[in-house]
Ligand binder design. Structure first.
Ligand code: PEP
Ligand code: CO
Length: 449
């Protein structure tokens, strides 16, 4: 068999890997994972690459959303359905606002591993290994739960399989019918707190009725494509699930359609960049506020040497205060280099705060401010603001502050459920979509592209 260099990463520094409790068990888990069926088919991954290429030409918009960290206990039918529902609802609103197809992608069916700033966590004088995601250890703060157990990798695989199965059922089995999704959105705008969005909701309603009057009833209305993505963090999970596709004789990570490299693991000479440079999936890279133009150009050379449309998505996460200052020079340098990656904004990870009562949170207004900054920068440079990457849940949690329901610090005490970063709740997610859509409609009305 051809040598694709997939194991070259073992000679490089791999950051953020757990110290496993039992190496023999790890070896047998890796062996088992390498024999289990792929979660996604290479042909679907290729379709997604084409869709992203479309978006990078300004002909589509990408919406990527889901938990910061998925958990095994929350992989229930209700919670998965609510998350899909939220992404679909946002997508309809964004599709109307942008007049473009929206690529729907979950941070789902594989988002079980987290990079951490420290290997350990101390509470009340007790120090234990940090929680690294359900694929590694348990969130509960006890010695037994925080053991880094390789058997969890198999559970992550199984949970991803059942999550993806449900996603496929929901998005192709009638549940995702555009008319249903629109009806759910009416529930949102009927709420007096969301009166401000009545006008755009009315416009969408008229568009739907018009289509109905025309007798439009195509398969596209009844089902939708939905892709899954996660951070490619753990080599002991991703490597055994990487397979050489027999049609094309190229390796694909088969644990998800789209894999991204996080802000903490994107070192040019590091293991993650090397490993993912060798697989065919569309890739994302997070870019924080300290990213230099040289960093971005070198990452493009490594990950997209052929400058292939759809291969690379750059996910800026600068923070609301920094995006307008830091992003333009990166976009310009990339433009000058001739590369055509998709640019999307992650307005979550640069806007973290700790509340007075001790919660990790984010302000809805900061999130929105970063999104606005992203659109402003692209407008000024004549480039396409290609999409949104958000941490969200379909449930009525209280983790981010603000929004039309005015979530405040005391509400966090009642409904904070995230085991990692704070997510926009269902209402806040829809509100974000409506605000972005309003902005897009406005831009089109003014004729400035
Ligand atoms: C994340 O997406 O949950 C994450 C850890 O992001 P970043 O790598 O941008 O910090
Ligand atoms: Co996060």
């Amino acid at each position: 068999m051809k040598d694709f260099g997939l194991d070259n990463y073992v000679h490089l520094e791999a950051k953020q890997q757990p110290t496993w409790a039992d190496l023999d068990k790890l070896a047998s888990v890796r062996e088992e994972l390498s024999k289990l069926p792929p979660l996604v088919f290479a042909g679907e991954v290729d379709t997604l690459r084409d869709r992203i290429a479309q978006a990078s030409r300004g002909e589509a918009f990408l919406l990527q959303g889901g938990d910061c960290a998925e958990t095994f206990v929350d992989a229930t039918a209700d919670r998965i359905r609510n998350r899909i529902k939220t992404v679909l609802q946002m997508a309809v609103v964004l599709m109307y606002g942008s007049s473009l197809p929206v690529i729907k992608m979950g941070r789902m069916a594989g988002q079980f591993a987290k990079p951490r700033s420290s290997d350990f966590e101390t509470r009340d004088g007790v120090t234990l290994p940090a929680y690294r995601g359900d694929a590694v250890n348990g969130y509960e703060f006890t010695e037994a739960s925080r053991v880094n157990d390789p058997a969890r990798l198999l559970q992550a695989y199984q949970t991803s399989v059942s999550t993806l199965n449900l996603i496929r059922a929901f998005t192709t089995g009638g549940f995702a019918d555009l008319r249903e999704v629109h009806a759910w959105n009416k529930g949102f705008t009927d709420n007096p707190a969301n009166k401000a969005y009545e006008s755009i909701a009315g416009d969408i309603d008229r568009a739907m009725r018009f289509m109905e009057a025309c007798g439009v009833d195509s398969a596209e209305l009844r089902a939708t494509e939905f892709f899954v993505s996660h951070e490619g963090l753990l080599f002991d999970y991703e490597r055994p699930l990487t397979r050489v596709d027999s049609r094309t004789d190229t390796p694909y990570v088969t644990s998800g359609h789209f894999i991204w490299i996080g802000e903490r693991t994107r070192q040019l000479d590091g293991a993650h960049v090397d490993f993912l440079s060798r697989v065919r999936n569309p890739l994302g890279v997070k870019l924080g506020p300290t990213t230099s133009t040289d960093d971005v150009l070198a990452l493009i050379d490594k990950l997209d040497p052929e400058r292939e449309p759809g291969r690379l998505t750059l996910i800026s996460r600068m923070g609301a205060e920094k995006i307008r200052g830091e992003l333009p020079k990166l976009i310009e340098a990339v433009k000058d280099s001739g590369a055509t990656p998709l640019w999307i904004t992650d307005p979550m990870h640069g806007n973290g705060i700790t509340t007075k009562n001790g919660y990790k949170s984010r302000r809805f207004d900061d999130v929105m401010d970063e999104v606005n900054g992203f659109f402003e920068v692209h407008k000024a440079l004549g480039t396409h603001p290609g999409g949104l990457h958000v941490e969200l849940t379909g449930d009525d949690v209280a983790e981010c502050l603000g929004g039309s329901e005015h979530v405040d610090e005391s509400t966090l005490e009642q409904r904070y459920e995230s085991v990692c970063d704070p997510r926009l709740n269902h209402m806040q997610s829809l509100e974000l979509a409506f605000l972005v859509a309003e902005r897009l409609v406005e831009t089109r009305r003014n004729g400035d592209n």
